[in-house]
Structure formats: C-alpha cells, structure tokens
Design a protein around this ligand. Structure first.
Ligand code: MG
Length: 257
C-alpha cells in the first residue's frame, strides 16, 4: 500500500532528513586513514542518542539478514555496497566507504547514503562515486508529479549506461515515511513512461548504486553485507525525496530549508 503524505507530514520528514544529513556529513568527515569503522558506528550512536532519534537499523530483522542488526549505521567498504555490517576494520589509504543511515524522529523516517574515498583516491573510484551522484540527481529531476516511476528508474539506468556500469535491479530504492521500507520498490533501471504515476505526497528513498564491472552480488556469511560478485569496487548515493506540486523536494540535503 502506498501512503501519500500531507505537506505537514513532509515537513516532519524534512526535520528527520536534515538530521540524517548532519550525521552522514560528520561520519564521512571523520572517516580517514587509520580510523576504525566501529569508531564511526559509535559516533553515529552518540549523535542519535543526543538527538533523541530512533535508529531504524537497530534490531532490524528482515528475512534475508542473520539478524537482528545491532548497529545504527551501515558502513560498506570497497566491494561491499549495501547493508555493510560495522566491524573492527581500520580504514586504509584509497578505501571507498559508503555510509547509509535511516532514523526516525517523532515517528517520521528519513534515509540517505553517501560514498567517499578515504585518503588518496584512485581516479576510477572517483568516477564511480560521481556516477552514482549524477544518477541520483537525474532521478530526482525525473521525480515530477505526473511522471511515472519508470522515468525515475530509467534516469538512473541511463547514467549508468553512459558511464559503462552494469546495473543490478534486485536492490533499489523504496517508499518510506512512518517506516523505513514502504511501497513502492524503485528499481535502478526501468522503462520511461511505465509504472506508477507519481503524485504529490509520494515520498521515496532513491538510491542508485553501481559496481564497476558486474551486476551480480554476493552476501557475506554475516548475512548482511552485500558485495559485488567479482570483487570490483562499488559506490552508492541516496536521498529521501518528496514529490510535491512544485516538483521534487530533497529532504536529506545538508542545510537545505
Ligand atoms: Mg538507506
């Protein structure tokens, strides 16, 4: 079921979204050569506790995970791309790190992810990260009332194609609001002009992620961490976006009113 949100409810999601953006900015600022992933996890925990926010990940136990998840942030390094389980790992020069965070404040959820390169970046890694950011902006631009969900998916797929990256469509974006995962699913590739008509009040987490040379994935024995099947590096960019009468409204950009 798809629940359309009122303008007042979208404003409340925006309060949460700004906080998600602040935490991601802080975690990615702290991520550096020699920093342990668990330090980043604990920093996020502290910010969430001080804000009185509720982690959507803590105790999350979907059918696919070897749950429950006992962390507040997903940290995925290099070939890991989604649901990376924070663990004792010291970041190295050139590592590609994705931080993905979803929390609720006063019952309203927002979800976003950023990928950064730690230390000295390889040009090919920067290209991959920028491609996911470009795909995210293209998808947001397509999130107009009256457009179809397929327009959003096709916008992501077109950017991936232009850069020569394959696209996996098992894991993509999703509706959200009162909970982290609501209908509809937002595939990272699709056909323009097809699918659900976008209406004001629809709120979506849009999240292109690409691996450099494969569209296949494997899951770690921890039951959570999803990696590229061929070990190639990955990147992931995500915003929570509301479709409004005036166009797309990004709820998880830092400092945006
Ligand atoms: Mg997310």
């Amino acid at each position: 079921m798809i629940e359309l949100k009122s303008p007042a409810e979208i404003d409340r999601m925006h309060v949460t979204g700004r906080f998600v953006a602040e935490v991601l900015a802080e975690v990615t600022r702290l991520a550096d050569v020699g920093v342990d992933l668990m330090d980043l996890e604990h920093h996020a925990r502290g910010m969430i506790a001080r804000r009185g926010a509720e982690s959507c990940y803590w105790d999350y136990a979907p059918s696919f995970g070897r749950g429950p998840f006992r962390n507040v942030i997903c940290l995925s390094v290099n070939d890991a791309v989604l649901h990376g389980l924070p663990h004792a790992y010291v970041l190295r020069d050139g590592d590609v790190l994705t931080a993905d965070l979803a929390v609720g404040i006063d019952g309203w959820v927002a979800d976003a992810a950023r990928t950064v390169v730690v230390g000295t970046p390889a040009e090919e890694d920067l290209r991959l990260v920028r491609a996911t950011e470009e795909a995210l902006e293209a998808a947001i631009a397509a999130a107009l009332p009256g457009n179809r969900l397929g327009d959003v998916s096709a916008a992501i797929g077109a950017v991936a194609h232009a850069h020569g990256y394959p696209v996996n469509d098992e894991f993509g974006g999703h509706g959200l609001g009162r909970t982290m995962h609501e209908d509809p699913h937002v595939p990272n590739r699709g056909r323009a002009g097809r699918g659900l008509t976008l209406r004001p009040g629809l709120t979506l987490a849009i999240e292109p992620w690409f691996a450099r040379t494969t569209d296949r994935i494997v899951v770690d024995p921890d039951g959570w961490t999803i990696r590229s099947a061929d070990g190639s590096r990955t990147a992931h960019s995500e915003h929570t976006v509301a479709i409004t009468e005036d166009g797309p409204r990004v709820l998880t950009r830092l400092g945006q009113l």
